[in-house]
Ligand binder design. Structure first.
Ligand SMILES: Nc1ncnc2c1ncn2[C@@H]1O[C@H](COP(=O)(O)OP(=O)(O)OP(=O)(O)O)[C@@H](O)[C@H]1O
Ligand SMILES: [Mg+2]
Length: 239
């Protein structure tokens, strides 16, 4: 079943009296349980698209639907983890994770109980009381992902969540994401610069070039090295 759809999205920005069209004719669908990655060079409009989907900004034209309900410009429906996600430095990991619940005015005692029971899923059971600066980069990203989970949304919009991590940590977090996404019943749109990461994690990879989608590639399960190379080359050619 289709969980998310955007149709004919157009977005321009006015900067120093000059209007630039950043996104044009953007159509995108996400099925329930699907993992779709968006790859594209820096500045092509990936974050702009996620912000639109998250409802933080409004498109010039076009619509966004969540289970056929029009959600254009509505926040709080999809779980959004922004690029360079900043945790509040004065809040412990658990309190950063609970932020969406506070914003929504939920019963914090109950939410804390739920969050604490979820910490092992995020590998954070020993770090609930750590402040962000006391956590490693990988652990901080897990806190940010747990916070996204606490929004309660079954759709995650992740903007380069594993960027700025060393290769080993990144590799292990990719494996972990692969594991928890189906476990938590999530559907994901991931923005990444890393083509291999997109191939490893996704059911489908969309290539964005200068504010338009160039096309999409279905990623089969259990791909061998030869297919991996072929898919990587195909995506590179589209970029
Ligand atoms: N609020 C804004 N006002 C003016 N221009 C903006 C604004 N937000 C984004 N842009 C411009 O839109 C373009 C796309 O930006 P965006 O952040 O979506 O790129 P991106 O694909 O996410 O890049 P990166 O991979 O570097 O994160 C850039 O040229 C950027 O300068
Ligand atoms: Mg970006």
């Amino acid at each position: 079943m289709q969980i998310l759809r955007c149709e004919s999205i157009k977005k321009s920005f006015l900067f120093k009296n000059k209007l630039s069209t950043i996104l044009e004719k953007i159509d995108l669908t996400l099925e329930e349980g699907e993992f779709v990655s968006i790859v594209g060079s820096s500045g092509c409009g990936k974050t702009t698209l996620l912000e639109l989907l998250a409802g933080i900004t409004q498109p010039d034209s076009g619509d966004i639907f969540y289970f056929n309900e029009l959600i254009t410009g509505k926040t709080g429906i999809l779980g959004y983890m922004p690029q360079n996600d900043l945790l509040f430095p004065w809040l412990k990991a658990i309190d950063n994770i609970l932020l969406p619940c506070r914003i929504k005015g939920e019963d914090i005692k109950l939410a804390r109980k739920k969050a604490l029971s979820l910490l092992p899923v995020f590998g954070l059971e020993n770090h609930a009381d750590y402040l962000p600066w006391q956590l490693s980069g990988g652990l901080r990203q897990r806190v940010a992902l747990a916070r996204t989970y606490m929004t309660g949304s079954k759709v995650w919009l992740l903007d380069e969540p594993l960027a700025n991590l060393d290769a080993l940590t990144r590799n292990s977090l990719q494996g972990w994401l692969q594991d928890i996404v189906p476990k938590l019943g999530l559907s994901v749109i991931l923005v990444t610069h890393d083509i291999d990461e997109a191939i490893r994690l996704s059911d489908r990879v969309k290539v964005m070039k200068q504010g338009r989608f160039e096309g999409g590639i279905e990623i089969p399960d259990n791909i061998d090295e030869t297919l991996q190379i072929a898919l990587r080359n195909k995506i590179r050619q589209m970029l």
